[in-house]
Design a binder for this molecule. Structure first.
Ligand SMILES: [Zn+2]
Length: 221
C-alpha cells in the first residue's frame, strides 16, 4: 500500500469515528414529568401540543448544531467518546423542571410560543436550546472521564455540589465555544450563568473566571 492510500484510509477512519463519538438523540415529548411537576394544576394542554408538534424542529436544531459543538471536544480528547451511541432526549413542559443528563430530560417550555406568550416571558433563542442539550450531555461525558479533581476535593471542597459539578463543564464551554467561534453560544452563557441556578451558577462562573478555564482543564489531560 502506498503512503497516499494509507494516509487517505487513516483520514477516512478518523472521520467515520468522529461521527460516532457522541450519541444520536431522539427527541420525544413525555407527559410523565408534568404530573409530578404540578399534580393539582398540570401544564395546559396547548403547551404539550406545541412541544409534540415541535419534536422534529428540536431534532433538526440539534442535528445542525451538534457537529460544531462537539468538534473541539474530540479534537482535544480524541480517544474519549461517549459510552452510548443513541439516547432518547425526553422533552418536558414542566416550567420548574431542571434539565438533567442521565436520563436525558430537557425542559423546553422556554422555547414554546404558547408558554412565553401566556406567561409574558421572553422566548429563548435557538442557541439556548442547543446549549442546554450540549450542557447536559457534557455532564454525562465528564462523569465518565473526570475521575478525580484536586480543585473539587481540595481548595473548593466546601463549595456546593452544583458549583463543583460545573467548574470543568463551564471551563470546557468557554474554551470550546471560543475556539470554534460559536459567538451565539458564548453570548448566551455569559448572559445566562450570572442570573440562573439560584446563585450557584453565578458562583461557579465567577470561580471558573478566577481560576482560569485552561488551568481547570489541565485536570482532564
Ligand atoms: Zn449543569
Amino acid at each position: 500500500m502506498n503512503l497516499f492510500i494509507a494516509l487517505l484510509l487513516i483520514c477516512m477512519t478518523a472521520k467515520a469515528q468522529t461521527g460516532q463519538q457522541y450519541p444520536r438523540l431522539f427527541f420525544k415529548y413525555s407527559w410523565l414529568f408534568e404530573n409530578i411537576c404540578s399534580p393539582l394544576s398540570p401544564p395546559p394542554r396547548i403547551w404539550r401540543q406545541e412541544a409534540i408538534a415541535k419534536e422534529q424542529k428540536f431534532q433538526d436544531l440539534w442535528e445542525a448544531a451538534a457537529p460544531k459543538l462537539f468538534k473541539g471536544l474530540f479534537e482535544r480528547y480524541p480517544n474519549r467518546p461517549f459510552e452510548r451511541k443513541e439516547l432518547t432526549a425526553t422533552l418536558s413542559v414542566c416550567p420548574r423542571l431542571i434539565p438533567v443528563g442521565e436520563p436525558l430530560i430537557l425542559n423546553v417550555v422556554h422555547f414554546l410560543d404558547s408558554y412565553t406568550t401566556d406567561e409574558g416571558g421572553r422566548k429563548r433563542p435557538p442557541e439556548a436550546f442547543t446549549w442546554m442539550v450540549f450542557h447536559e450531555l457534557m455532564h454525562t461525558w465528564l462523569r465518565r472521564y473526570l475521575k478525580s479533581s484536586e480543585l473539587v476535593n481540595g481548595k473548593y471542597a466546601a463549595e456546593s455540589d452544583v458549583v463543583k459539578d460545573h467548574l470543568h463543564l463551564m471551563a470546557l464551554e468557554i474554551v470550546l465555544f471560543e475556539e470554534a467561534g460559536l459567538k451565539d453560544q458564548q453570548k448566551w452563557i455569559e448572559a445566562f450563568y450570572p442570573i440562573a441556578g439560584g446563585g450557584n451558577y453565578h458562583r461557579a462562573w465567577d470561580l471558573v473566571r478566577k481560576i482560569g478555564p485552561k488551568k481547570i482543564l489541565r485536570e482532564l489531560d
